[in-house]
Structures are given as structure tokens and as C-alpha cells.
Ligand binder design. Structure first.
Ligand code: ATP
Ligand code: MG
Length: 256
């Protein structure tokens, strides 16, 4: 019976993949990988309505390194969470790989989320796990065997320059190193793109510079599409394109 159940589960997940890759209107040319139209997000706070996003239209091309620059409270994290399918907008459209997120059910959304690498502002690493175990976690959830997932995790730690820190736990690593572990973890599912929320927010400027070098390298050499949120103008200049966000809106060129 167990065998039958797991076979059924396997079939279900296969079906989800097929549905996702076979959805209509998917063009052969995959140039635009993220698109939003009139994206709005409001929060109700008692009688008060907070408009965190006020109609955001943006397009991110495959292979791009885009920075979203804006002051505190401008809606950067809110926007990034929507792009990562971690939260739903109040209105508007989001397309990822030309798939309209509103057309997907919860299960399909969770499959889609695996295509997206997310680096959180405060690392979100698990303290009692080693760097390798932290990076391998998404594969553990998918029941990839330990030897295989640790091998992949160690290779990724090597890529981010932490080949000698694989057995360290987060409290035995510096802030910059923790951020690298978080980046390696975000890369483990071979995501279509990487979303980063203030990747340099909690580290000193020298470490931030090294980290930006790594991010640029991932983009240029490994062809990873990157959307990075920051409030730091200097950090944003590493990107190909800077989108200015203010009061939940992307500013047009003449406005800044
Ligand atoms: N869950 C929530 N409930 C109510 N208001 C919220 C919620 N999340 C965010 N906001 C409000 O929405 C606005 C945008 O918040 P957001 O976190 O996106 O800003 P941010 O640009 O990421 O800021 P920071 O640079 O400080 O991280 C803020 O005014 C914030 O107070
Ligand atoms: Mg934020």
C-alpha cells in the first residue's frame, strides 16, 4: 500500500511539473522571466490602510542583474516577497516564466517556488546545523539522500568561497560568511533566478564589497539572473540596471 501511495505521490508531482511546463501562452523565447503589472499591496491596520505597493510595473530579463533601490519603508521587501511567490498582492498581475501566478493553485505554487532562490535579509540559517547541512536543507526536504545532497552542498560552498568552512555552524561564522551560506542554499535547487533582500545590510563595507564581487561573478560566469533589493546607492551600482522605488512605485527616469 505504501509503495502504491508513494508511486501516486510521484505521479502527482510529475503531473504538476508537466502542468507547469505545459501551461498555455508559454513562448519558446524565454527572454522575460519576471513581469508585474499594476501590482498593489495594501495592509489594513484598524481603520488605517497602508499602501505598501502602489501599482508596480516591471520586467526582468533572463541573465539580468537588476537592483531595486529605495529608502526604508518604500516597499522593497513587500515587492520581493511577491516576486518570490511568498506573499499575494492585493491586485495586479505577476508572471514568472510567463506563467500567471494567479492561475496557480497552492501545490503548483510550491513547485514554482523551487525555481526561485531567495536570500533573506537576516540570513534565516538554522543555528544547530552546519554550513553544509544548512545549504543541503532544501534537498533534504525533497528526500535526496544524505551523501548526494552533502556533496552538492559542499561544491556550492566551494563556489561561494567557503570550502574550508563546511563544518562550521552559523555562530562560528562571520556575518559575511553566513550571507554566503545563505546564497549557496538559495542556489541549491538550480533556481531560474535569485532574489536578494539587502544582501549587504548586516555586514561591514569591506565584506560587502567582496560579497558584491561574488554576486557579480554568479551573474556573469554562472549566468544567474539576479534581482537585488538595497537602500545603498553604492551597492546598487554593481547591477546592470537600477529601478528606483519610492512610496510603493517605480520612478520613471525624470523623477530621480
Ligand atoms: N505585514 C504588514 N502589515 C502592515 N504594514 C506593513 C506590513 N509589512 C509592511 N508594511 C508596511 O509597508 C511599507 C513597506 O514595507 P517594506 O517592508 O516593504 O519596506 P522596505 O522598503 O523593505 O523597508 P526596509 O528598507 O526598512 O526593509 C512600510 O510602510 C511598512 O510599515
Ligand atoms: Mg525590507
Amino acid at each position: 500500500m505504501d509503495v502504491l501511495n508513494s508511486f501516486q505521490e510521484y505521479l502527482n508531482s510529475l503531473l504538476l511539473y508537466i502542468q507547469l511546463t505545459d501551461l498555455p501562452n508559454r513562448e519558446e523565447e524565454m527572454a522575460t522571466i519576471i513581469k508585474t503589472e499594476k501590482l498593489k499591496k495594501s495592509y489594513k491596520m484598524g481603520k488605517l490602510q497602508v499602501h505598501a505597493l502602489n501599482g508596480v510595473d516591471l520586467e526582468i530579463e533572463e541573465g539580468e542583474f537588476a537592483a531595486i533601490l529605495g529608502p526604508s519603508g518604500s516597499g522593497k521587501s513587500t515587492l520581493l516577497n511577491m516576486l518570490g511567490a511568498l506573499d499575494k498582492p492585493t491586485s495586479g498581475r505577476i508572471e514568472i516564466d510567463q506563467i500567471d501566478l494567479f492561475e496557480l493553485g497552492d501545490k503548483q505554487l510550491s513547485v514554482l517556488r523551487r525555481r526561485i532562490g531567495f536570500v533573506f535579509q537576516f540570513f534565516n540559517l538554522i543555528d544547530r546545523l552546519t554550513a553544509t547541512e544548512n545549504v543541503a536543507l532544501p534537498l533534504a526536504i525533497e528526500n535526496v539522500n544524505k551523501k548526494k545532497r552533502h556533496k552538492i552542498a559542499e561544491e556550492l560552498l566551494q563556489t561561494v568561497g567557503l570550502g574550508k568552512r563546511t563544518q562550521h555552524k552559523p555562530n562560528e561564522l562571520s556575518g559575511g560568511e553566513c550571507q554566503r551560506v545563505a546564497i549557496a542554499r538559495a542556489l541549491i535547487n538550480k533556481p531560474h533566478f535569485l532574489l536578494m533582500d539587502e544582501p549587504t545590510g548586516n555586514i561591514d563595507s569591506k565584506t560587502a564589497k567582496d560579497l558584491m564581487r561574488l554576486i557579480t561573478q554568479l551573474n556573469e560566469e554562472k549566468n544567474v539572473t539576479i534581482v537585488m533589493v538595497t537602500h545603498d546607492t553604492k551597492i546598487a551600482t554593481s547591477a546592470h540596471r537600477i529601478l528606483h522605488l519610492l512610496d510603493g512605485k517605480i520612478l520613471s527616469k525624470g523623477d530621480y
